[in-house]
Design a protein around this ligand. Structure first.
Ligand code: APR
Ligand code: ZN
Ligand code: ZN
Length: 361
């Protein structure tokens, strides 16, 4: 029997989101219904509501979540009712070119539930990133559920479902930060600060946090940054070079997604160093770099999709580290809120007041 639950819906571009009754069908083959316990508020949710992703309104927002599997459809073997899971938005297919090459973290054919959740009048909802977890229950593909240690609090665990994983993975997976490396992180919001934490976890000797907001720099220091640079007050390229013996950092992580910060990252890295772009640019943005510098400086210019994570490999491992006190996910939960406070949380996010507001059910 389809169920009716409350969910946060964006009906039209720029309009405040509202709580609506949504209809969640029983899971079909390969699908699961998950009782959501916590879901973080991410920029991408706001981006959907502002029409920045596509025009497929109405959207059911929320995609950074943890919860309990309530029921599964035919043929589902990877999870069972009662399992505690983090939802991921890249359920790998196992058959595409990337998967066949043994690189499932890049899967080119990730999938979501086939059935649609709807409003009570039958209008189909487009779930944010194929999840839609600002809802008491949501329907996803079973591959979007990654089972983890149930002792981890849902508010903290859910964060691995998006922004925090993106930042951790930018350092650990994409950047390949290693013991003794120097790392600079440009932009220290939820994603950038997670990159700071990732760099520390990987054994970086120097971690330079760069932001235009001193509040974010203070948080970065608390999370393991060894140096901070306010790039409104100091040229970040010069500052990073100065802090690295005049050379630049081995790995520079760009967690803003703008041409000027990308250029800073490009020139703030040492010869043969790595730039990781994890901030997401908008379509009109362009960069103009001397091709000779691209060649002459060597190294690698990489982008990081979802921290190049493989949920089945990375989520349980990171939750274990969290449980052991080696990964402070709680530090990213600035506040917990109720389902009807998402609009207010967008406002706070817009003003840079929070790393993450997390809806708890
Ligand atoms: N130089 C340095 N830092 C900047 C600049 C700049 N020119 N402009 C903004 N910032 C800082 C902000 O002060 C803020 O601390 O970048 C940070 C961005 O953080 P959030 O707004 O919290 O965004 P976050 O969730 O961390 O995501 C960052 O990654 O996944 C993408 O779409 C996401 O592009 C976004 C980026
Ligand atoms: Zn997100
Ligand atoms: Zn694939």
């Amino acid at each position: 029997m389809a169920q009716q639950v409350r969910g946060v819906v964006a009906r039209a571009k720029g309009e405040p989101v509202r709580i609506e009754t949504i209809v969640v069908p029983d899971p079909g083959p390969g699908e699961a219904v998950v009782k959501v316990q916590a879901c973080g508020v991410c920029h991408t949710d706001l981006h959907y509501r502002e029409g920045g992703i596509n025009d497929e309104f109405p959207f059911l927002l929320g995609h950074e979540a943890a919860g309990i599997v309530e029921s599964v459809g035919e043929g589902v073997t990877e999870v069972a009712p009662g399992d505690y899971v983090i939802l991921n938005w890249r359920a790998v297919c196992g058959q595409c070119r990337a998967c066949k090459r043994g690189r499932p973290q890049y899967c080119f054919a990730t999938h979501n539930a086939e059935q649609k959740m709807t409003l009570t009048d039958g209008t189909e909802l487009a779930p944010a990133l194929g999840i839609g977890a600002f809802a008491e229950k949501t329907l996803v593909a079973a591959g979007q559920c990654t089972k983890v240690d149930p002792a981890a609090s849902p508010a903290a665990a859910g964060l691995l479902g998006c922004g925090v994983m993106a930042g951790l993975g930018a350092a650990i997976n994409t950047g390949g930060v290693g013991r003794g490396d120097s790392v600079a992180v440009i932009g220290c919001g939820g994603v950038g600060n997670a990159a700071v934490v990732g760099a520390r976890l990987a054994g970086a000797a120097k971690i330079i946090a760069v932001d235009i907001d001193d509040r974010k720099l203070a948080t970065a220091r608390g999370l393991g940054a060894t140096d901070t640079v306010n790039s409104r007050e100091h040229d970040p390229i010069e500052a990073i070079r100065e802090l690295t013996g005049g050379f630049g950092a081995d790995v520079v992580i760009e967690a803003v997604g703008r041409p000027e910060t990308y250029e800073q990252a490009f020139y703030a890295r040492d010869l043969a160093g790595t730039v990781v772009l994890v901030g997401v640019p908008t379509p009109e943005m362009r960069i103009d770099l001397p091709l000779l510098d691209v060649f002459g400086r060597g190294g690698a210019l990489k982008s990081s999709w979802y921290g190049d994570c493989l949920p089945s490999r990375d989520f349980p491992m990171l939750i274990d580290l969290y449980r052991q006190g080696r990964l402070d996910l709680d530090a990213f939960v600035t506040e917990t809120i109720a389902l009807d406070e998402v609009e207010k949380a967008f406002e706070r996010m817009h003003h840079g007041d929070v790393l993450r507001s997390v809806v708890v059910f």
